[in-house]
Structure formats: C-alpha cells, structure tokens
Design a protein around this ligand. Structure first.
Ligand SMILES: Nc1ncnc2c1ncn2[C@@H]1O[C@H](COP(=O)(O)OP(=O)(O)OP(=O)(O)O)[C@@H](O)[C@H]1O
Ligand SMILES: [Mg+2]
Length: 360
C-alpha cells in the first residue's frame, strides 16, 4: 500500500520508540481524565490500550495525535514533541476516531477520492488509490453507494481506509470494532494486521480484552486515567495466576457445593458463570503451568470425592477479562446491548468535546 502516494511521508529516521510519554496529564475541570500516563510504544507493532468507558483512552490518543493540548507531562512521537513539534508529528500519524470524518452523503469512492486529493494526490492517482483500498477492504460493491447506507462494519472499514490513504508511520485506531458483529470484527482485525505488515505502528484502543489479545504485542491497561498494568498479553495473564479452570457440572443444583470445594482446594476465587452449570476458578499453581495442572487435577479429584459430577473440564490461561477483574475489581466493560451496532448511550456526550482541541 506504500506505492503511488503523491505525498509520501519522510523516511523513518528515528530508531527509538514510536511513542514515549512521561507523566502525561489532561484535566477537564476537576476530572483528571488522563492522570500521569507513562507509555513506551515500540515501533512496528500493534500496541493495545485497554480500558473501560471513560478510562481516558480517547483523551490520551487525542493528545498524542496533537488534537488536544496536554496539561502536564511530555509526549514524543518518533522523537518529536507533540507540542513543540506538532507539525512533524502530524506528518507521521493518522487517526481513525470513534467518530470518523467521512461524509455520509458522499459515496465510498467519492469520499476516498476527495480525501486523497486533499492529501495531494493527482486526480488519476486519487482514483487509483481509492479503487485499490475499496477492493482491499471488500467494499467494491458498495463503492458507488452513499456512506449513510453502509452497515456499521462497512462504515468502520471505510473509516480505516480513509485514514491510510497515505500509509502513515503511526496509525491511531480508537475502538475500531466497538459494536461490530464477530465477522466484521475479524475483517477489521485482518486489516489491522495488513497495515502493520506494511511497516506502520498501530496504537489501538479497545474495551475488548480478546481484541488486544489477538492483535497487540504489548498492552497497557488503563483505568481512571492511569496505567494499572503493562506488558505482553502472556505477562498480564501470568500476573494473575498460572491458569484458569472452566467446568460444567451435570447438575446446576450442585454449583454452590462445587464452588466451596474448589475455593478450599485451590485457595482461589471461584466465579459462577452466566450459564447456571458453569464455574470458573483461577489457579495459582506457584506461577507455573505444571503447578497449575497439578492443582487442577487435585481439584477435580476433590469434586469427585464430594459426589459432584463434572461433565466438562478445561484448564487454560486466564482470559484478559479475568486479568482486568483481578486488577481493578470491576469488569472491563458492561455487557450493555451493543450487539445491534448502536453506540452506547454514554458516548453521545463526547461529540461535544471539541472545544479544547488545538486545531479545528
Ligand atoms: N472535552 C472534554 N470535556 C470534558 N470532559 C471530557 C472531555 N473529553 C473527555 N472527557 C472526560 O474525560 C474522561 C475520559 O474520557 P475518554 O473519552 O478519554 O474515555 P475513553 O477511555 O475514550 O472512554 P470510551 O471507551 O467510552 O470511549 C471521561 O470522564 C470523560 O467524560
Ligand atoms: Mg473513547
């Protein structure tokens, strides 16, 4: 995708991290939306910023993309200070926001051609680039339709296409899959992988733990404007225990008894699942997989001894959902009906949050 760009970005001269922040702060009134964030994002990979609604993800991204002025601390993008060298930063980055900038009344093709022209492409080059991206993103058939007629998944794909008309060195993807169905999410994930394969660094914010797990080489978990954990997905998982037991009982009436047997045997938290016969328990296992397997076997034997029939049993790594629960004592996101593709209600107020932006 690096070919035929009329105004290509300057070659990467910076060997350090793509993003480095120290003590980054943004305050809205008395709300410390970003409360002293230190980040180091290696170039050439996907970095996940994971956190629930209101954690400060969009605010942090906007500061890094020079759209919002920090109130404290420092941030550098490819070595350029986001305040003092904002133009240099802007020439290297692209942002796909929660609210993207494509024009609903224009068709897919018209949007991409227009934006490519604004980026300095000639008319033929803009047409060629638009056609190539529409094809790559599976939007050929929809290319001639107005964007307002697109589904949520198509809309998200055209948003990302618009943000990589010129291949950026750093792409911010702010919750690119919120509200999408599993198939559309997978399509967006494939696009993200393809973008990274072209050499672009991606900073991806998400509320979905499995998404960060799927895509990101490293993850920062943020809550209330602070980084509460950072590392590879594997490190985050092993920080809360060596494994996780999932089991399904023959008889849901035995669940309370099973829960107490497990919590005694494992000395760990046991969570009932939504399914009335299912339970999840964290296994410490002295931090090793072997230890976890031994503890799990012991727990299973205790259940049998207590006359509890287990229909299904599995031992796996803890999910990032469990990681978030362990770190914060609350789940990463509520399950409040987003399956229909609508934006959650709490988002609507963010549309008015542009007053402080450093460019309009
Ligand atoms: N322009 C603004 N003016 C006032 N408050 C703001 C503004 N932008 C964000 N906030 C507040 O800052 C906090 C962090 O918001 P932010 O949008 O960064 O969260 P987020 O992690 O992106 O959440 P979500 O997952 O819902 O998108 C919230 O309490 C929000 O209400
Ligand atoms: Mg946000």
């Amino acid at each position: 995708m690096r070919t035929d760009t009329a105004k290509h970005t300057e070659p990467r001269q910076h060997d350090g991290p793509a993003i480095e922040t120290s003590g980054l702060v943004k305050v809205f009134g008395d709300n410390r939306a970003v409360d002293g964030i230190d980040l180091r994002v290696p170039a050439g990979s996907v970095y996940g910023v994971l956190g629930p609604n209101g954690a400060g993800k969009t605010t942090a991204v906007k500061m890094l993309a020079t759209l919002l002025r920090p109130d404290g601390g420092e941030a550098r993008v490819f070595g350029h200070d986001v305040l003092r060298e904002a133009d240099a930063v802007r020439s290297r980055v692209s942002l796909t926001g929660q609210y993207a900038s494509v024009d609903e009344d224009l068709t897919g093709t018209e949007n991409l051609v227009l934006l490519a022209r604004l980026l300095g492409h000639s008319k033929p080059s803009a047409r060629k680039r638009a056609a190539k991206l529409l094809e790559a993103f599976g939007l050929e058939e929809a290319a001639g339709r107005q964007v307002k007629q697109y589904s949520g998944g198509m809309r998200r794909r055209i948003d990302i296409a618009a943000s990589i008309l010129n291949t950026p060195d750093l792409l911010f993807l702010d919750e690119p899959t919120t509200g999408l169905d599993p198939r559309s999410r997978n399509q967006v994930w494939d696009i993200v992988r393809a973008v990274v394969a072209q050499g672009t660094t991606v900073l991806l914010t998400t509320q979905y733990l499995d998404e960060a797990d799927q895509l990101a080489g490293r993850i920062a978990v943020i809550d209330h404007g602070r980084v509460i954990a950072e590392g590879t997905p594997g490190q985050l998982k092993s920080s809360v225990g060596a494994g996780s037991i999932h089991l399904r009982l023959r008889d849901g009436a035995q669940r309370e008894e099973a829960r107490s047997v497990l919590s005694q045997t494992l000395a760990a938290q046991v969570q009932p699942e939504a399914d009335p016969v299912a339970l999840t328990a964290r296994v410490q296992g002295g931090g090793t997989e072997r230890g976890a397997a031994e503890q799990a076997a012991l727990a299973l034997a205790e259940l049998t001894r207590s006359g509890i029939t287990v229909d299904h049993f599995s031992l796996g790594q803890p999910s990032l959902d469990e990681v978030f629960l362990a770190l914060t004592d609350h789940p990463a996101h509520d399950e409040g009906g987003q399956a229909d593709g609508r934006e959650p209600v709490s988002r609507s107020s963010q549309n008015g949050h542009d007053a402080e932006e450093t460019r309009s």
